[in-house]
Design a protein around this ligand. Sequence first.
Ligand code: FES
Length: 242
Amino acid sequence: MDRRNFLKVTAATGALVAISPSTITGRLYADTNILYQTYEKVQLVDASGVAIKASTLKKETNYVFNYPYVSTPSILLDLDTPTVQDVTLKSEDGQEYIWKSGVGAKRTIVAYSAICSHQLAHPTPDDSFLQYCTKDKKTMAYEHGGVMVCSSHLSAFDAKEGCKRLAGPAAQPLASIIIEVAADDTLWAVAVLGPDKFHEYFQAFKPEFKKYYGGKREAKNLVNTSAKMVTLNEYTKEIIQY
Ligand code: FES
């Protein structure tokens, strides 16, 4: 029995219980006090529905897929350089959690919820203020590239360290999307680690949900089975980055 299939969770009472992730709907703290919420395990596929292989990812390229809800964008990256392991991160309200590392053969693949932890800027089909800035590019948000940047108010996050905050008004990291690379090199999203902004997001963007998804209720549907993943250039009309 692997850890993903049967995660041991400490409930609020302190009792240790085993719960199948597919049945978990509430927020839970893992037995190591990690803020961790499992969702349906979904496969990342291209626009034609074909499974994407980890080894085919372009380096330092923003890939977007919606997870865990059909309307919540996430960004996946192959950073092309090793990630830091066992990073201690802290949420706005002081909850500490551990980001283990990137995944893949060289631990260079990471994924984050692309909803800014400051005021919820995020990629839409029309524009994007939040994305990764490659190492060779300059950003006004930080002293060097190779970071996630939110150009709405210039927050920067360290993509190789669990998206911990580096600069700007954001008070906490971006939440991480937990990715698994299967033996056949396919990619799967399985959970969210860290403080997500989904609740605030669903309160804030009603007209947007109507425009893109048919309404707020539809926007709150969970992704199941597979999630389409495309480059940010394909996902949005305009990328705004300072
Ligand atoms: S919304 Fe991202 S920095 Fe303000």
